[in-house]
Design a protein around this ligand. Structure first.
Ligand SMILES: Nc1nc2c(ncn2[C@@H]2O[C@H](COP(=O)(O)OP(=O)(O)O)[C@@H](O)[C@H]2O)c(=O)[nH]1
Ligand SMILES: [Mg+2]
Length: 435
């Protein structure tokens, strides 16, 4: 399972849970551990992350605008962002860039991507071929530069040092020079000294280490080696599209204290983006930003809760709340129900204002777990009084909630027994709802 699907599945342990309690958090944390470890995220990192989630889930004061579910989703989001890194703003200016990395990591193809990126910012780019060990490498770079229409400089028969030195004159004509270098099958002192030498000739402002996402945790070790031996200003993690270990590579590089500059997500020249952990995690969990995420989280849990109610024909206060929210989203529920011949749906339920929903929510959140799952308990007056006090509501508000609940519950039971009506109703519900 890829990281995104795994994280979404883990989050469902909270969004789909009737009760957000210690047990639900435990389930979330377990699933998250499983998916992160299978994405090759370092075990110790995973344990630290999940411990922080557990600690924060109940101890940290939640923002007023968030309910407990959202609070926890936000914590997971925050903690994932924290282990994956920060955001990188590539300098958009005249500069020399040197690409380093092992064989097949994606140096040459990343040059085309960077060229396209800087050209789109209005800068003129020239690629310089200093990978002279493999005869085909110069040609490969030349072909790629033709595709993206940027400049190219390189000459067979010359040494890498010569080419690097000569290339400096191209600064008169181009804004961004990107130097391709030779790799090795593994890091060794010989490679380090060759790169240091080239670096002292070319004097790059940016030295990007290119590593492949399929290295997983090993990417961190590589970043560390190159950082210490040659010096790097950032890391480009390639092949994020094809690897189940992208999370491992990102977190390990971040933990090695190197900066993640870009990621690449495909072979085409436009499959490059500057790294932004927040954006990355948002996309991972399937939503473009946190507010939408939280909204979406609510919807999913409401739908799932509603579906359970439909299947079981039985409400409790947890599902009741989800149901109210779902109904609101389905639009003019009253009309739908009236078309079905159901005129006796409590008016105040159907047209519930946001305010009323908030009150109901506060009341339900003030109930004990057993009150939520055994709604009969809430017919007891002293319980109603306690809940009213806990939620900052009047007794009559709570009594209204209880009576609406009882009517709704009856209606659900009626629907369950009436197959014709159920079918009709089913057709009008959004996809995924079942009776
Ligand atoms: N799917 C995918 N393939 C990539 C990506 N980046 C590079 N590659 C492929 O990885 C292989 C090695 O890339 P290359 O740039 O030649 O590596 P170099 O030896 O470091 O110069 C090539 O087949 C590329 O097409 C990526 O982001 N996604
Ligand atoms: Mg190459």
């Amino acid at each position: 399972m890829d990281l995104g699907a795994g994280v979404r599945k883990a989050l469902a342990k909270i969004t789909g849970a009737t009760l957000v309690d210690e047990k639900a958090i435990q389930a979330l944390v377990k699933e998250l551990q499983r998916v992160l470890i299978s994405n090759d995220v370092n075990v110790q990192l995973v344990f630290e992350l999940t411990k922080r989630i557990q600690d924060r889930a109940f101890k940290e004061k939640k923002a007023q605008s968030l309910n407990l579910r959202e609070h926890i989703v936000k914590i997971v989001y925050d903690e994932l962002v924290a282990i994956l890194g920060e955001s990188y703003e590539p300098p958009i200016k005249k500069q020399r860039i040197m690409m380093i990395g092992l064989f097949g990591s994606g140096k040459t193809t990343s040059i085309a991507k960077l060229a396209k990126f800087y050209q789109s910012k209005g800068l003129k780019v020239c690629a310089i071929a200093c990978d002279i060990h493999r005869p085909a490498a110069i040609e490969q770079l030349q072909q790629i530069t033709e595709q993206v229409h940027c400049g190219f400089y390189g000459e067979k028969g010359k040494s890498a040092e010569e080419i690097a030195a000569e290339s400096r004159i191209l600064e008169k004509k181009y804004d961004v020079l990107i130097l391709d270098t030779a790799g090795r099958s593994a890091f060794d002192p010989d490679l380090a000294s060759e790169l240091k030498n080239l670096s002292s000739i070319f004097e790059p402002q940016e030295t990007y280490l290119v590593v492949s996402a399929d290295l997983g945790q090993v990417a961190g070790k590589q970043a560390d080696q190159f950082r210490k031996a040659v010096g790097i200003t950032g890391v480009i993690i390639t092949k994020m599209d094809g690897s189940g270990k992208g999370g491992g590579a990102l977190s390990a590089v971040h933990a090695s204290r190197a900066k993640i500059a870009f990621i690449t997500l495909g072979e085409k020249p436009d499959a490059l983006e500057s790294f932004d952990a927040k954006k990355f995690v948002s996309r991972l969990v399937g939503f473009p930003d946190l507010p939408t995420l939280l909204e979406k989280v609510q919807e999913i849990s409401d739908e799932e809760a509603m579906q359970r109610v439909m299947e079981e024909g039985k409400l409790d206060y947890g599902t009741f709340l989800s149901q109210l929210r779902s109904m609101k989203k389905m639009g003019p529920m009253k009309q739908i129900l009236q078309m079905l011949g159901m005129y006796d749906v409590p008016e105040e339920l159907v047209g519930k204002s946001e305010q009323k929903l908030k009150q109901f929510e506060a009341a339900v959140l003030s109930m004990t777990p057993s009150e939520r799952t055994k709604p009969d308990l809430m017919k007891n007056r002293s319980r109603q009084e306690r809940v009213a006090q806990g939620a900052g509501l009047s007794l009559s508000d709570v009594r209204e909630l209880v009576s609406n609940f009882e009517r709704m519950n009856k209606m659900m039971k009626g629907l369950k027994g009436n197959r014709g009506l159920s079918k009709k109703f089913q057709r009008m519900l959004p996809q995924g709802f079942k009776f």
